[in-house]
Design a protein. Structure first.
Length: 213
């Protein structure tokens, strides 16, 4: 039976539009790190490289390259850790509007457990030979454990995410939680090319810990 993350892993990917605590285990991803405006062509190339290798893994049985333990599944959604470079942090701390060019990111697509480091490297090589992309050489295969996090579904344009973060911050204050990092994760449940901005669905998440108070 096909593994569909929307049905099997709702707690990780389909939270409600209210703050919810969750512990994220160690998971594996193809990822690319960088800096700059997410509306740029370069960022689009990076995302394209991730999708190319991810779909190559999914389609590997049709090429006679099925890895041990393979099972059919739906490709996971695009995710990304977001923060600011030093210039952006300075602007933010002084109450100024930061430039999107000062954003730093690590975009990623989760991979099923059967994907080993060797198979990941072989897949990247095959995709590089068939679909050249300058970002292919920057793809990393890595395990990430996020631990205890607070997450919430944001519905609307990306530029209004601060409204959802305010609700999450209030939840932290009310429940003796502290945010551990200015970096946050976004999981994109909607395709902005097909969805109206006001209907975009994005999971917002950041690491937390209980305070001693």
């Amino acid at each position: 039976m096909k593994h569909e993350w929307r049905k099997k892993e709702k707690d990780l990917y389909l939270p409600k539009a209210k703050p919810t605590l969750i512990t994220i285990p160690k998971l594996t991803y193809f990822s690319i790190s960088g800096e700059g405006n997410p509306n740029s062509a370069a960022f689009g190339q990076a995302v394209g490289a991730l999708y190319a290798v991810s779909y190559s893994v999914k389609m590997s049985p049709k090429k006679g390259l099925q890895p041990d333990g393979y099972f059919d599944y739906t490709v996971y959604p695009l995710e990304g850790f977001w923060s600011l470079n030093e210039r952006g942090i300075t602007a933010y701390q002084t109450g100024q509007t930061f430039d999107k060019e000062d954003l730093t990111f690590k975009v990623m697509i989760r991979q099923p457990d059967f994907v080993t480091e060797q198979f990941a490297e072989e897949t990247i090589q095959r995709v590089t030979e068939s679909k050249p992309n300058p970002y292919n050489e920057r793809i990393q295969f890595e395990s990430i454990e996020e631990g205890l996090c607070l997450q919430m579904l944001h519905i609307g344009p990306y530029d209004t995410e601060h409204e959802t973060f305010q609700k999450m911050a209030a939840y932290c204050d009310e429940n003796k939680l502290k945010r551990l990092s200015p970096t946050h994760k976004e999981i994109y449940l909607s395709d902005p090319r097909k969805s109206a901005p006001e209907k975009n669905k994005t999971v917002l998440r950041f690491p937390v810990a209980y305070t001693d108070d």
